[in-house]
Design a protein around this ligand. Structure first.
Ligand SMILES: Cc1cc2nc3c(=O)[nH]c(=O)nc-3n(C[C@H](O)[C@H](O)[C@H](O)COP(=O)(O)OP(=O)(O)OC[C@H]3O[C@@H](n4cnc5c(N)ncnc54)[C@H](O)[C@@H]3O)c2cc1C
Length: 288
């Protein structure tokens, strides 16, 4: 699988913290905010979950001097949900206690985890107001979840959803997913607590911009959020137009599952990898 690393490099900000911090500081220098994600999911032992927590605590130590707010994304399965829910909760608590002026957000994983993830974010948000939650527009249940999160004042990041879900739980066509995304996005822009609109879909971004103008929504009350290495043109354009743009910056050694999800999203990405491997194998990349 190391063969895929050249491709992964397009989507991740390195395998270690110093390299990732360079990217985060560079992004900030250009006017972008960052969501930092230490890659990892589905840990299989308490020790692995403990290590994942330590990595976040180390990160928080290293960013003590960072004056602008960072959003830290974590996965509940990375913190040990499959091993022991109490262990998972305690690991996350420690991170939240150390986060201070930075915020923490639960990524949203496959639908088997949705209920447990949301239960945990509701419970922990009672104490830690800097905890936010991501949701997926492709799930039927998300409309109800968003209404509840908005009522509780929990900050929501809205994305389409990156996992393969069956037709009894999720919309399957892009039209339906967009339709649901659009109505949830409008609700969040109007009533949500500092929501993040996480998409590179130009149709949805255009709809968001029209809505924001029509409803006179203050650009400081929400973020556009995009993935590191994806549609940098759009990222810059929105920033230039005066919007807050946050870049989701993943880094770490467990880059494979994340990279495979990005790969699956675009058939052009698969061609890019195949061409790269072909060039490497047959030496076609040489300049002379
Ligand atoms: C900030 C952020 C956080 C996210 N967090 C989660 C999460 O917690 N849980 C979850 O399930 N999903 C998450 N996602 C992924 C999301 O669910 C989608 O899978 C992903 O964003 C692609 O959907 P899209 O809305 O960008 O639209 P698409 O219609 O897929 O893409 C629109 C355009 O963006 C570009 N693009 C999109 N993806 C790629 C790619 N991989 N490579 C190259 N170009 C691409 C292309 O130009 C494409 O035409 C997150 C996405 C973002 C932006």
């Amino acid at each position: 699988m190391q063969l895929l690393y050249p491709f992964a490099k397009r989507f991740i900000a390195g395998q270690d913290l110093p390299t990732a911090l360079k990217s985060i500081k560079g992004l900030n220098h250009s006017g972008f905010l960052s969501t930092v994600d230490i890659l990892g999911e589905n840990t299989r032992s308490a020790e692995e979950a403990e290590n994942a927590k330590r990595e976040y605590l180390d990160l928080l130590k290293k960013i003590e001097d960072v004056s602008w707010p960072l959003d830290l994304s974590i996965k509940v399965t990375q913190m040990g949900l499959d091993i022991d829910p109490d262990l998972c909760k305690n690991n996350i608590r420690e991170i939240l206690q150390s986060a201070k002026h930075h915020s923490v957000r639960f990524d949203i994983e496959g639908s088997d985890y949705t209920q447990r993830t949301l239960d945990l974010s509701r419970e922990l948000h009672e104490t830690y107001k800097n905890l936010g939650q991501a949701v997926q527009a492709y799930l039927f249940r998300t409309e109800r979840d968003v209404e509840d999160l908005v009522q509780r004042g929990i900050s929501v990041r809205l994305c389409k959803g990156a996992y393969k879900e069956p037709p009894n739980v999720a919309y399957q066509s892009m039209d339906d997913i967009r339709k649901n995304f659009r109505s949830l996005m409008f609700l969040l822009l109007k009533e949500g607590f500092i929501p993040a609109i996480a998409t590179h879909d130009e149709i949805l971004i255009r709809d968001a911009l029209s809505f924001i103008k029509a409803e006179n929504i203050d650009p400081k009350t929400f973020y556009f959020e995009m993935l590191y290495g994806v549609r940098r043109d759009l990222q810059k354009q929105l920033l230039k137009e005066g919007y807050q743009v946050r870049i989701y910056v993943p880094f770490g050694k467990s880059w494979l599952p994340y990279t495979l999800r990005r790969l699956a999203e675009r058939k052009e990405n698969i061609m890019f990898v195949v061409k790269g491997l072909f060039r490497e194998t047959f030496g076609l990349g040489k300049l002379n």
